[in-house]
Ligand binder design. Structure first.
Ligand code: FAD
Length: 308
């Protein structure tokens, strides 16, 4: 049976639970240095779906992120959970990307990998919140897509020249919908899909080094800007370097990308303002959950020209 090739797109996001006054730069892009960074929650669900497939099939899971060098942390966390290969798209040319420029770069990365059978994304990122990157990436790759997937029902790997197939259930307003697609296909996965596995202690040890005391301090300086491949090296108990995994780096040249379609230059979106909206109790009003309550609500919304 041939090996399924799965690409998971993951994003390191600022922790939007703690948005402060200096969260935005003057050009309307996020000041990531001012906010703690986390693994986008639904991307962990997407990675978990990939790892569940790998538990049952012969599969290779490649995780790709586009971001600054510090985004390598989500790649390390992916290795700790069971990813086979991780790729960091990092370049000043990618900075300030909106969804169009982001999906352009990500689709080129999938193409550079020679395509794949399945692309898995989170439904949406908690910072931009647009849920556009998955669908746009599918469109640019020419892959069919199933969005808002809460369950993968069936997966048939390609075999003997026949295309594989996937059936998945998506959450829609007021219910569920089950769709089938041939492979390759792109899925965006919701938080309902699974409980992501925690990092495996064994894999943390494999990738982080066996002898913590002998290990050099980890920072991003091991990513050699001259090379497009940086090895995660550490010292084993015998003091000899042990290279366990490669974090591949690609810039816009590696992707053979059109410079004008990348980053801020390739992004028609401008974010004017960002704020954290916290409703005070005095701003909320309870209505009776009956017909009269709903009628009163609709009446008030029409009066305030919010509806109608
Ligand atoms: C407040 C705010 C509003 C914004 N509004 C817009 C807007 O209206 N239109 C717009 O185009 N941009 C907007 N942006 C910019 C937005 O952050 C970027 O476009 C971002 O690169 C991707 O969009 P997203 O975060 O909405 O991703 P989503 O489309 O919500 O992400 C869906 C999935 O795509 C994958 N993905 C997304 N980004 C990456 C990445 N860098 N690397 C790997 N995988 C990734 C992940 O699997 C993710 O779960 C906004 C940013 C902010 C802070």
């Amino acid at each position: 049976m041939s090996q399924l090739r799965i690409v998971v797109l993951v994003k390191q996001v600022p922790d939007t639970a703690n948005v402060t006054g200096d969260a935005m730069k003057e050009d309307g892009t996020v000041n990531r240095a001012a906010l703690p960074a986390v693994f986008n929650p639904e991307d962990l669900n997407a990675l978990e779906e990939a790892l569940k497939i790998k538990d049952r099939h012969t599969a290779r899971v490649t995780v790709v992120t586009m971001g600054p060098p510090a985004a390598v942390q989500v790649l390390r966390e992916s290795l700790y959970r069971g990813a086979d290969e991780v790729i960091l798209l990092t370049d000043k040319a990618f900075a300030g990307a909106d969804t169009l420029a982001t999906s352009y770069a990500l689709s080129l990365a999938v193409r550079k990998l020679g395509g794949c059978d399945l692309v898995l994304c989170g439904r949406q990122a908690i910072d931009g919140d647009t849920a556009q990157v998955g669908p746009q990436t599918a469109e640019k790759l020419g892959y069919p897509q199933i969005t808002c997937v809460s369950r993968i029902d069936e997966l048939m790997a390609p075999a003997d020249g026949a295309a594989g197939a996937i059936t998945a259930t998506r959450s829609i307003e007021g219910g569920f919908e089950t769709l089938a697609s041939s492979l390759p296909c792109l899925l965006t996965v919701t938080g309902e899909a699974n409980d992501p596995r925690p990092p495996s202690v064994k894999l943390v040890m494999t990738y982080k080094g066996i002898d913590a005391e002998a290990m050099p301090e980890y920072d991003d300086t091991y990513l050699d800007p001259e090379s497009d491949e940086a090895e995660v090296c550490m010292l084993g108990r015998n003091g000899k370097p042990v290279c366990r995994a490669k974090i591949v780096q690609w810039d816009h040249l590696a992707l053979a990308a059109d410079r004008e379609a990348l980053g801020l230059r390739g992004s028609p979106t401008r974010v004017k303002e960002i704020e954290s909206v916290v409703l005070a109790q005095s701003e909320a009003r309870m209505l009776e959950p009956d017909e009269a309550g709903v009628a009163q609500l609709v009446h008030e919304l029409i009066e305030e020209h919010i509806l109608g």
